[in-house]
Ligand binder design. Structure first.
Ligand code: FAD
Ligand code: N01
Length: 545
């Protein structure tokens, strides 16, 4: 530890991505609290620090995948995005700019990983241990560890016997990778694989793609931002933020108030075509029952399959790429820019890893039931142990030795997706059972950070020492979460949203699907009622609700 850093703090924050940066700013600069951020990486950025694979970019449009006027009106005016969907280097530069502008790095401990956090009942403090051998103490522990920050590397037999280089997209080398002249295997065709595969195919001698489940990929429609568009957005920012905060998914798009089957087929097709031409997630806003009604959903699914058949020359390959085993949008649909045309190239082979599963990794390649594919390099685009994977690796122990992973063995149990009973003074930014990954995450991150900051101010003003959900409130939130989930088609897909990508992981919908605007209203109401559903205790506590 450096001399300047106190080991007893008001708050320890874990993670220096969008969440941790904004949380630090609020704690230190708005509330005047002592706070330290602990970050494994050697710089800020989180997702955008780690995911440097070719083609990495956002799928929320840049102008609203950035901090709002809540952080700084000046920064909004000064920052200009160059692309509709910014690439990883530009988003990383943006977050570095935020860190510099608000002088955040001085309170971030880089290159350090939190290995354990335990609640000390007598002291009323969290003890936070790091891999550098430090023990910090703090009244509040705030996790800003991200939902997609622990990579999933499947345990294929023989995985470590491969003699060539292997890469996971979520831990991509900073110096880049040159695949020129190489035979490359790519395992995985989620949003990451869909971005990476066309780029690698441009460079490599041959790419063999192992696809277990095809996705409904939507036309990305990326393009440079014109000065006129930039000006218009800046002039309308206030209205844009107001909309993002009030919609179901935190995008400033309105969902049409009509059901899919209420319009004739040819008109429906025109509506889909129009949304397709606009690119991005507009397709999901065409009708209001796509996530609720299987027949309505099938109309969008079939439209997307027809697009694949139009674009892929070989009808057999097109059928392999056309999803049939889950409804549209029950897995996060990747945005693609030339993905399907990649399969018209001579140097790309698609392997159906559902029909012929990967049996082993050999010293020279990948073996399926059909035989061995010899390659020089393997790219794992196999995703993340999402939502809980990173939280569990913090080894959080609450009251009476209760471990978070043990408490949640049967699925997350939270109040508002932000706190959990038995873990006083712990706040989880974009935690499970909050909208998190079912939204434009920056909107959800800002909402959580602002709510936590307001809560901490309230506790200070009231002289409250500890805050923790009461049992009824937590039970009620879990029941509400499950009820809202069951009204949708989301549980029908084997997605990481339900934990299906990790063998043995509890299956339930991890993010909250009740809507960003609805959720914000519930959280605001809880705060307005003096933090209803939380027990407030300590010196000046006035309520235990
Ligand atoms: P992260 O950015 O994940 O940061 C968490 C940080 O915590 C990491 O730097 C990690 O190193 C650190 N950390 C974790 N554990 C520890 C520990 N024990 N000790 C110390 N440090 C630790 N979302 C959208 O809404 N729109 C998009 O367009 C979008 N695009 C994405 C593209 C990709 C390729 C990926 C992978 C995700 C994308 N997401 C997108 C989701 C994205 O993760 C969030 O939008 C956002 O960046 C999350 O920010 P965060 O600060 O909450 O977490
Ligand atoms: O991960 P994924 P991702 N054998 O889990 C396959 C965000 N993101 O990194 O579908 C064979 O979606 C797996 O197959 P299946 C976004 O939220 C956004 O692509 O489980 N295959 C799948 O094909 C996204 O949803 C952008 O059958 C195996 C793939 O690996 C999230 O991050 C870009 C396997 C993993 O797909 C995660 O996306 C990138 C096995 N054992 C990421 N295990 C934007 O565009 C896994 N797979 C903004």
């Amino acid at each position: 530890m450096s001399e300047a850093v106190s080991t007893d703090l008001d708050a320890v924050v874990v993670g220096a991505g969008f969440s941790g940066l904004y949380m630090l700013h609020r704690l230190r600069d708005t509330l005047g609290m002592s706070a330290l951020v602990i970050e494994t990486a050697d710089d800020v950025g989180g997702t955008w620090y780690w995911n440097r694979y070719p083609g990495a970019r956002c799928d929320s449009e840049s102008y609203f995948y950035s901090f709002s006027d809540r952080l700084s009106e000046d920064l909004l005016e000064e920052w200009t995005w160059t692309e509709r969907f910014a690439g990883q280097p530009e988003i990383l530069r943006y977050l570095q700019t935020v860190a510099e502008r608000f002088d955040l790095r001085r309170d971030i401990r880089f290159g350090t990983t939190v290995t354990a956090a335990s609640w000390d009942e007598d002291a009323g403090r969290w003890q936070v241990d790091t891999d550098a051998g430090d023990r910090l103490t703090a009244r509040f522990l705030i996790t800003a560890v991200g939902c997609l920050s622990t990579t999933n590397l499947p345990e294929f037999p023989g995985r470590d016997s491969f003699r060539g280089p292997t890469f996971h997209t979520g831990l991509w080398p900073h110096e880049g990778v040159d695949f020129t002249g190489q035979r490359v295997a790519v395992i995985g065709t989620g949003a990451t694989g869909v971005q990476l595969i066309p780029e690698v195919a441009e460079q490599a001698a041959h790419v063999t793609v192992f696809q277990r489940t095809p996705n409904y990929d939507i036309a990305g429609g990326n393009h440079p931002v014109t000065p006129e568009f930039d000006r218009r957005i800046k002039d309308e920012y206030r209205a844009i933020w107001a909309r993002t905060r009030d919609t179901a998914f935190g995008f400033p798009y309105d969902v049409a108030e009509r059901t899919a089957l209420s319009v004739p087929e040819d008109e429906r097709r025109e509506i889909f075509e129009e949304a397709w031409a606009q690119g991005g997630f507009r397709l999901g806003t065409t009708f209001n029952d796509l996530l609720l009604d299987a027949d309505a959903n099938e109309t969008a699914a079939e439209f997307l399959r027809s697009k694949i058949r139009e674009r892929v020359d070989d009808p057999e390959v097109a059928e392999m790429l056309a999803p049939k085993d889950h409804p549209f949008f029950t897995k996060r649909p990747p945005l693609e820019n030339g993905y399907y045309e990649t399969y018209n190239r001579e140097n790309v082979t698609l392997v159906d890893a559902r029909r012929t599963p990967i049996e082993e990794i050999t010293p020279t390649g990948v073996r399926t039931a059909d035989g061995e594919y010899e390659v020089d390099a393997i790219v794992y685009a196999t995703g993340f142990d999402a939502m809980t994977g990173t939280l569990f690796r913090l080894n959080i122990t609450g009251r009476d030795g209760l471990g978070l992973a043990d408490k949640w063995a049967g699925g997350p149990r939270t109040y508002l997706g932000i706190a959990s009973r038995g873990f006083p003074n712990l706040f989880m930014l974009t935690g499970p059972q909050s909208p998190s990954v079912l939204s434009n995450m920056v909107v959800s991150i800002e909402q959580h950070v602002d709510w936590v900051a307001d809560c901490l101010r309230h506790l200070r003003e009231q002289g409250v020492e500890q805050i923790e959900p009461v049992a009824e409130a937590e039970d009620g939130w879990v029941a509400h979460h499950d009820e809202v989930t069951d009204a949708t088609l989301l549980p029908r897909a084997n997605s990481w949203w339900v934990g299906a990508n990790i063998p043995g992981k509890h299956r339930s919908l991890y993010p909250y699907v009740g809507g960003v605007g609805v959720y914000r209203g519930i959280c605001d109401d809880v705060a307005a009622k003096g933090y209803e559903g939380f027990a407030l205790s300590g010196a000046g506590a006035t309520a235990a609700v």
